[in-house]
Design a protein around this ligand. Structure first.
Ligand code: MN
Length: 750
């Protein structure tokens, strides 16, 4: 490997850039200062030189030298997350294996396995959430991220720093990238930061994501905060004054200040409470941070609480004691809401300096304080628990992750075993969740529980403070309806696993029966045949098909209506169609195998016939932005990218998404719907039909009008060839006198 280029600078710019890079490097050294031990400086320098050299010909989208990015990430890792030398070295090198000639072996050779392992982890995650590839996040990928997290959380912390810097510098990216990166940030990284206790970073990620996804909303709130700043400052000062005096009199070493809430959290409040910016009353919180030794901090925080409540009346329902019972992510503090001057409710957060560091730096700070020994924290046990689930090869990844995502943000309750051991569960957890939390077998055999010595059913919701004793029976078995009354990811995934196992066992018989039948017909039990059968019997998977056969839910007599083509089976009514002229959206042209991945499928063109269906939820037509989704049993389904179901499909089943594009084709027409709202007027129907059948010569299928109090609402279903035609129609209708609103219908009428 080479060292940093020593060629003399040829121009002033290059000279300036070198200075800038060195300045950033020195700033990193300063940030690490007290933490640098003997030999660290040399290692760090080496990492910097390798990275600078490897990236020397690369520039970021903004035009600046690439090396400034790893340098910035390393500084975030040190200054904002609080990690040390090892992590900053890895941050400096985080993009070299991914983007340059340097290999993981080079890193191992130069720095040893401790480093190469971390960098390997980082490289793997960036492959996972690959911003360059054109696929969205996939469930399996998220699982990989979580696995690395469970192995060495530093990998995720560095990755979060990387993401934070990318979000801070998102300005120069294309609009498309901005949207993609922002939605990933909201979907994965902000919840992870939250779960790891990195509140500051979580808020900043959410704010930045909002800035790019909903610029109008963001600007409105940011502007509102700016305009109200003076009033707010005045109010905060007034509020703080008496508390400050009292704290000083009591001899506290403290810091007190008002802090505006994050834009994203103000936005959530506006949305959930359906209020305007001016109506959000808690735009800020008061924070009191005291310097006090660990053995006194709990007592002192309560002293501060009593000082605050001497001046202001507290709301008893809004007292949160996260000191006696820290949150699952390690957060500790005392929160109260008091009636401030002018009758306004104000939130006050009381913490020791140690708790404050944990609140800001989460996991990393938490380790620092743990080094003196002590018991396993909630965060540790959460990580272990996560590792358990992920290492279980039987867990259904997609299901698990959907459930798991719910786990990331929920509030917690604290309940006890009969021996007094505390368990943390999400709010809403039931006796059955509790049983699964203790042990999978205990859950599977649970028939009820005693909560505070009283007998309750499985579905009983637990409250903080409950003591729970599980009652089991060896005859008990999980059933489908159990899924309705568990909330934890663990319980859900275990129940689903048991049910699937059960189905599989029973299905074995069905499979044998089917095989005999097919053999008899001379048909091979191939994937194609199974797909055909699943489609015909409307079963989502072969497993469901076998199961239905075994419990005789379906009639195999129907098989005689199928036709046999070679050793393949063709369902009745699904004969191959050669001529697709006049094709309607329900018709199916010749089948072609479609694999998941990034390939481009052009459909609607007679030279390339593919089995596809247009999704009923959004009814796409040529010209719409669309994607294809590979379903099990029904071939390819085409959805609009703005379909209400799109985000969920793209995020969770990215591997089943295929890029699709419309071919130009004026021969096929598609059913589409338009909703209009206007003032009731005698001639209105006449005018509408004139436009559709007269001016535009479109084929109308139905028109339904509903009128009430002088206002009418109409749904029109028409056949159009493409988006252009539909837009033209909407345009013409909107131009009619008395029409207020014209919009596309999303769901088919009737
Ligand atoms: Mn990076």
């Amino acid at each position: 490997m080479q060292t940093v280029a020593t060629t003399p600078a040829y121009n002033k710019n290059e000279e300036e850039e070198k200075k800038l890079i060195l300045r950033e490097y020195r700033a990193l050294l300063r940030a690490l200062k007290q933490r640098l031990k003997k030999g660290d400086r040399i290692l760090l320098r080496r990492a910097f030189e390798i990275a600078a050299d490897a990236h020397k010909d690369m520039r970021r989208k903004s035009g600046e030298p690439y090396i400034l990015h790893p340098l910035a990430v390393a500084r975030i890792v040190v200054e904002e997350i609080g990690l040390g030398v090892t992590s900053s070295i890895c941050a400096l090198l985080h993009d070299v294996v991914e983007d340059t000639e340097i290999t993981i072996e080079d890193i191992e050779h130069e720095f040893g396995t401790r480093y190469s392992k971390l960098i390997d982890g980082l490289t793997k995650i960036s492959n996972v959430v690959d911003l360059k590839a054109d696929t969205t996040i996939q469930a399996e990928n998220f699982r990989k991220i979580l696995l690395t997290l469970a192995e060495d959380p530093r990998v995720i912390l560095i990755k979060l720093a990387d993401r934070l810097h990318n979000m801070r510098t998102l300005e120069s990216m294309s609009r498309e990238k901005q949207l993609k990166i922002s939605s990933e940030t909201t979907y994965i990284y902000a919840p992870l930061a939250h779960r790891l206790g990195l509140y500051e970073i979580k808020s900043e990620l959410e704010d930045l994501a909002l800035k790019y996804t909903q610029p109008d909303v963001y600007t409105e709130i940011a502007q509102g905060l700016k305009e109200t700043k003076r009033d707010r400052t005045r109010y905060i000062n007034e509020f703080i004054k008496p508390v400050k005096e009292e704290l000083q009199n009591s001899g506290f070493d403290f810091d007190i200040y008002g802090r505006p809430k994050a834009i994203h959290s103000i936005y959530s409040k506006m949305r959930t409470k359906q209020v305007e910016f001016d109506e959000v009353y808690d735009l800020f919180a008061i924070r009191i941070i005291i310097n006090t030794p660990p053995e006194r901090e709990k007592e002192d925080c309560w002293k501060v609480y009593s000082i605050v409540t001497n001046s202001y009346r507290p709301s008893p329902e809004r007292l949160r004691d996260w000191i006696s019972m820290p949150k699952g992510n390690g957060y500790e503090a005392l929160h109260t809401t008091v009636m401030g001057p002018g009758g306004r409710w104000v939130e006050v957060q009381i913490r020791s300096a140690r708790m404050n560091e944990i609140a800001e730096k989460g996991l990393a700070a938490h380790w620092k304080y743990k080094e003196g020994g002590g018991q396993e924290s909630k965060l540790d046990s959460w990580l272990h628990h996560l590792q358990d689930i992920l290492n279980n090869p039987d867990t259904d990844t997609i299901d698990f992750l959907q459930d798991f995502k719910l786990d990331l943000f929920t509030e917690e309750i604290y309940v006890y075993t009969p021996t007094g051991e505390m368990r943390v569960l999400p709010k809403g957890a039931t006796a059955l969740d509790f049983a699964f939390d203790i042990h999978s077998e205990l859950g599977a055999q649970c028939i009820g529980a005693k909560v505070n010595y009283k007998l309750v059913p499985l579905s009983h919701q637990l409250q903080t403070g409950d003591q729970v004793e599980v009652i089991t029976s060896s005859k008990q078995k999980p059933s489908e309806d159990w899924l309705e009354f568990v909330t934890t990811a663990k319980a859900k995934s275990r129940i689903k696993y048991y049910l699937k196992e059960e189905k599989r066992k029973i299905g074995e018989d069905g499979k044998a029966i089917l095989k005999r039948k097919l053999d008899h017909m001379g048909v091979k039990m191939s994937q194609q045949t199974l797909n055909e059968l699943c489609h015909y019997y409307k079963k989502p998977s072969p497993l469901d098909l076998y199961y239905a056969i075994a419990v005789s839910n379906i009639e195999l007599k129907d098989l005689k209506n199928f036709s046999v083509n070679g050793d393949k089976l063709v369902a009745p009514g699904r004969e191959l169609k050669q001529d697709i002229k006049g094709l309607q959206h329900e018709d199916i042209p010749k089948q072609k195998t479609i694999k998941g991945g990034g390939e481009l499928i052009i459909f609607g063109e007679s030279s390339d016939k593919i089995l596809y269906k247009l999704a009923q939820c959004c009814q796409p037509i040529p010209g719409d932005d669309v994607f294809g989704f590979v379903t099990s049993g029904e071939g390819l389904k085409i959805h609009r990218t703005d379909c209400p179901n799109a985000a969920q499909l793209l995020a969770n089943y990215g591997h089943r998404v295929v890029k699709t594009k419309w071919a130009k084709n004026k021969e096929i027409s598609f059913l589409s719907g338009v909703r209009i709202v206007g003032l009731d007027d005698v001639g209105v129907i006449q005018k509408i039909t004139n436009i559709i059948s007269g001016d535009l010569k479109m084929n109308m299928r139905s028109l339904s009008i509903d009128s009430k109090d002088g206002v009418f609402e109409g749904n029109i279903m028409v056949y159009v060839h493409d988006r252009e035609e539909l837009d033209a129609l909407c345009h013409k209708l909107a131009a009619l006198d008395g029409i207020n609103k014209v919009e596309r219908l999303n769901v088919q009428e009737g």
